[in-house]
Design a protein around this ligand. Structure first.
Ligand code: TRP
Length: 70
């Protein structure tokens, strides 16, 4: 089953999009969150969310490490 890992996204510019994609056979967007510069989102992978797409300049921390998205 899913591990419910947390991840952190810090926006480095205005208008960073954090998009949640559904778990299961049907993979689709179910939520889009817009972050402005210096806003931080702390979220989890859940029963409903198996993937996340980040669009924009941001620092992303997961259990697999930290990355900088340009
Ligand atoms: N209702 C969503 C869920 O429980 C909320 C959510 C959790 C979410 N993690 C997310 C939305 C990551 C976007 C990105 O799955």
């Amino acid at each position: 089953m899913e591990s419910n890992d947390f991840f952190v996204i810090k926006a480095l510019e205005d208008g960073v999009n954090v998009i949640g994609l559904t778990r299961g056979t049907d993979t689709r967007f179910h939520h889009s969150e817009k972050l402005d510069e210096n806003e931080v989102m702390i979220a989890q992978f859940t029963e409903h969310t198996s993937a996340v797409k980040v669009r924009g300049k941001a620092v992303i921390q997961t259990s697999h490490g930290e990355m900088y998205n340009d």
